[in-house]
Design a protein around this ligand. Structure first.
Ligand code: NAI
Length: 679
């Protein structure tokens, strides 16, 4: 073998069969992305390969975590005009077309993630070969950034597997495992890691016929059928997302429907569509949030900490699901509660989660083996991390802490999942109060990405950092939050939920209230959210906040609880739920006369609380607040978070609207003093 290359990122080796192995290893980064330097160097390599064609080319990655994670998002964020963006995209498209035209067979050898532009590059190769491993993740997730594939990927994927399967992958940005990708022929071959090189070589030397869409799928792409199929796709997509909030999937459908007959022009139209989308506020907001995720991830990198064993106390809604999630992420977990009967439902839920996520019975069994019921609490003395998730009651929690503190290992992280009790109050019973941190998970644990890392006045930095590192270890986003009643997310949500209940008590139909919020872009209305969190939890958080925030808890809430109506978990709250906990829907009989006012009341009261939190330094800055609200509550991501929305609408405008609501509706809307410091 001989090495002969000038590239810094692409390492080129020719083997004895005359096959060239191009291996990407982006410098000073743990992950390969398609930066401008990477593309430029690839362009040079392709030029050399076109002049001196080898037997075949294999493109692979030197990184352990994967092939290529996609285009360079930072570069997108920095582009200033549609024309500049269009030009950049066209250059990458041309490069991939030159790769496609090489007169020798080409193979993309994929392991780990192969996302966005990375998959588009692979689609320009003749064959795609992926490692048969759970770590292989293949996707075109561009719609999540408010765009769609732009490096020729939408054109090539439809040619390869047909419009319906291709749209199924692209419209929701779905992630495929190696096997799922093979099943729909995005991937030609899968093989265990040890056989990958041999299979790549075989593909080149044998050059089997290339994958193409089936005759039926080709028929569906004929001009005469396209309007019909496009209408069907639009209808299905509209059930998932609102085109005004998320235009990218609809732009992709239109692009396909209106495609020029000439393939080159189709590529140009694809580039034009992406360049226009990416300049929109929606894409800019989504890209900003994507980058903010990296900032949150950074909090988990400040210390080297890897837990092996987690002990969770309280196997209820939260503790049970936290334990299951940790076991799913490969940790050994002991789960403690007062009796086996209380642990059993958590184990059953865990089994369902594992089956859904892991699919293969032996993997499900391995995860189950990691989750150990532990009524006597033997795990306390052995665990690297102990998480308390018992009833939201100060005395109960303190009494537990007093019992377990002497048993803890000196280096074990001690955490509470309390939703609202200030850390200082909880920690006052400990001999080492500086040790306690909050690991505040959100419900449902398997879905909500955020964990608030709560620190008190005295909490040692070391424990905070370990808590953040632990959050990353279990693939969650850590957000440092100062301990104060309700912390960040619950404190902001509570006035919003109470305002919704106040509207309900004024006789406004609950469906109209919820619709006002979902029309704004919230994933769920506030009334249904309160039911989902549990009305008992809502009232305990509200009571905790009542004195500090000067809020009053509507009588209706206490009445529900007196009657045992705790929300979704009890089958009855503001709404009714069936035996599978699904909401029994009724249609809104008549549209409420002033939906705009409803929306204003809900959103402005929420933003007013955000401003107060910023003013009090509950999180360090507005970006972190936005990240917390989007990743902790699903606050309309396309609006970029509440503070980004405030900036867009204008600080003065919203302040005036609050003053107006304060005079016509009630003092709960009085702008807090934090507005004075906003610009
Ligand atoms: P839950 O009522 O479903 O579960 C509490 C469990 O703790 C019960 O199974 C109970 O038997 C057990 N328990 C009580 N005392 C115990 C003790 N001394 N030793 C062992 N087990 C004991 O409560 P949930 O909803 O899971 O809440 C737990 C904690 O998580 C609370 O602090 C709550 O504020 C917090 N939280 C709740 C969220 C939610 O949406 N439900 C969201 C985020 C945090």
């Amino acid at each position: 073998m001989s090495t002969q290359t000038e590239s810094l990122m692409w390492h080129k080796i020719s083997d004895s069969d005359g096959i060239v192995w191009l291996t990407l290893d982006v410098q000073d980064s743990q992950t390969n992305t398609l930066t401008s330097d990477v593309l430029l160097e690839l362009s040079n390599e392709i030029a050399l390969l076109s002049n001196d064609t080898p037997k075949g080319v294999v493109i692979n990655s030197a990184k352990t975590n994967g092939f290529i994670a996609g285009a360079d998002i930072n570069a997108f964020a920095e582009m200033h005009s549609v024309d500049e963006t269009f030009y950049g995209i066209r250059q990458a498209q041309d490069l991939f077309s030159r790769l496609e035209k090489l007169s020798c067979p080409t193979v993309a050898l994929i392991h780990g993630f192969c996302l966005g532009g990375g998959l588009e590059l692979a689609l320009a190769c003749d064959y795609r070969l992926a490692e048969d491993s759970l770590n292989t993740r293949i996707a075109l997730p561009e719609v999540k950034l408010g765009i769609h594939p732009g490096y020729g990927g939408s054109v090539r994927l439809i040619e390869l597997i047909g419009v319906l399967p291709a749209m199924g992958v692209m419209l929701a940005g779905r992630t495929l495992s190696a096997r799922a990708a093979k099943k729909i022929a995005v991937i030609d071959r899968i093989a265990p890691a040890r056989h990958l090189k041999r299979v790549a070589r075989e593909l080149i030397l044998r050059s089997p016929s290339k994958q193409q869409a089936s005759p039926l799928q080709k028929l569906l792409s004929k001009p005469i059928l396209r309007p019909l199929i496009a209408a069907l796709l639009r209808r299905q997509t509209r059930k998932q997302v609102n085109p005004e909030h998320y235009p990218a999937p609809f732009a992709l459908i239109n692009l396909w429907k209106n495609q020029p007959a000439n393939r080159q022009q189709y590529f140009t139209a694809e580039a034009q569509s992406v360049a226009t989308l990416i300049r929109s506020d929606i894409a800019q907001n989504l890209v900003r949030l994507f980058l903010l995720q990296d900032r949150l991830k950074g909090f988990g990198k400040q210390i080297d900490f890897k837990a092996q064993h987690v002990h969770v106390i309280g196997a209820g809604v939260m503790g049970g699901d936290i334990a299951a999630w940790c076991a799913l992420r490969g940790l050994r977990v002991t789960l403690q509660d007062q009796s086996a009967e209380r642990i059993a439902p958590a184990i059953a839920r865990a089994h369902t989660l594992f089956k859904r996520r892991l699919k293969l019975p032996y993997l499900v069994q391995a995860a189950m083996d990691k989750l150990i019921p532990d009524i006597t609490g033997e795990g306390v003395a052995k665990a690297d991390v102990v998480i308390e998730a018992i009833f939201e009651n100060l005395e109960a929690k303190q009494s537990l802490f007093k019992t377990i503190e002497p048993q803890l290992r000196a280096d074990a992280l001690l955490a509470t999942n309390t939703s609202s009790i200030p850390l200082e109050s909880l920690a006052s019973c400990l001999t080492q109060p500086k040790r306690l941190v909050g690991l505040h998970f959100f419900n449902p644990v398997a879905k909500m990405q955020l964990i608030e890392i709560i620190y008190g006045k005295n909490t040692l930095k070391k424990w905070q950092k370990q808590a953040a590192a632990f959050a990353r270890q279990i693939d969650r986003l850590p957000l440092p939050v100062k301990s104060s009643p309700g912390f960040l997310v619950n404190r902001i949500l509570m006035p919003y939920l109470l305002e919704a209940m106040q509207m309900e008590s004024e006789g406004i139909p609950i469906m109209a209230i919820d619709k006002a919020a979902t029309d704004f872009g919230m994933p769920m209305g506030p009334i249904e959210l309160a039911d989902s969190v549990g009305l008992d939890i809502c009232i305990s958080v509200a009571d905790m906040l009542a004195s500090t925030l000067g809020i009053s808890v509507p009588d209706s809430l206490s009445k529900f609880i007196e009657n045992g109506h705790l929300g979704r978990k009890s089958g009855q709250g503001f709404y009714q739920y069936d035996h599978q906990n699904k909401r029994i829907t009724k249609s809104l009989e008549s549209a409420y006369s002033d939906p705009e006012l409803l929306q204003q009341r809900l959103i402005l009261i929420l933003i007013n609380e955000c401003v107060a939190c910023l003013d009090e330094g509950i999180v360090d800055d507005a970006d972190l607040l936005d990240a917390g609200m989007v990743f902790g509550t699903g606050f309309a991501p396309f609006r970029g978070g509440p503070m980004q929305y405030t900036q867009k609408q204008g600080v003065d405008t919203l302040n005036q609207q609050l003053q107006h609501l304060s005079s016509v509706i009630g003092s709960q809307f009085k702008p807090n003093s934090g507005w004075e410091g906003l610009s």
